[in-house]
Write a protein that binds this ligand. Sequence first.
Ligand code: CA
Length: 226
Amino acid sequence: MRILIVEDETELADGLEAILSRENYSVDVVSDGESGLDYILSKMYDLVILDIMLPKMNGIDILKATRKEGIDTPIILLTARSQLSDKIEGLDSGADDYITKPFDAQELLARIRARTRVPGSASTDELSFGDIVLSKHQQQLSCGERLVKLGNKEYQLMECLMINSSRIMPKDMLITKVWGPLDATEYNNLEVYISFLRKKLRFIKASVQIVTTKNVGYSLEVCDNG
Ligand code: CA
């Protein structure tokens, strides 16, 4: 999953990025409000962590503008402990949750998991489709007893396909979800990573396949290998 951090305190932003990256989230950081809103409006994020006091545009105005555009990406506000009015105004303006600074990393992670839980999945650590299970913490894919480790991009790609398993994912959407807006050099690698994943699916003898729909994108399907 891809998370956007909008925070102008460099140390805090770096700390957050490190915590989230360790948990296998893809993370982008921006440090002013205007850029923050631009990034949120791109709709490529699964969750946003938004500071309130920001240069150029404050977090509350960003929230209001985002919801006015009909974008329902989960947003967790970062607030100072004393500012109760900020919390109330934030929730009234469409924030899903808030966390007060200084915060506990485990608490923040729990709140993120709660806000990004995939409907119908029993565990926050695992996604399943057909006979395969993707484990977030171990970053591995398994089918029965057989399992295989995934690299970071392979994991992000598989997660995106599994979360959206009922539909065909357009190539450009997969690219922005997995590589983000800041890493354009890797754009040609999608096909390469899809082929890595196909090899790994064969290796664990999964009945799930990645199907290509020409000029549209990729989707997961359960195939009867007979
Ligand atoms: Ca700030």
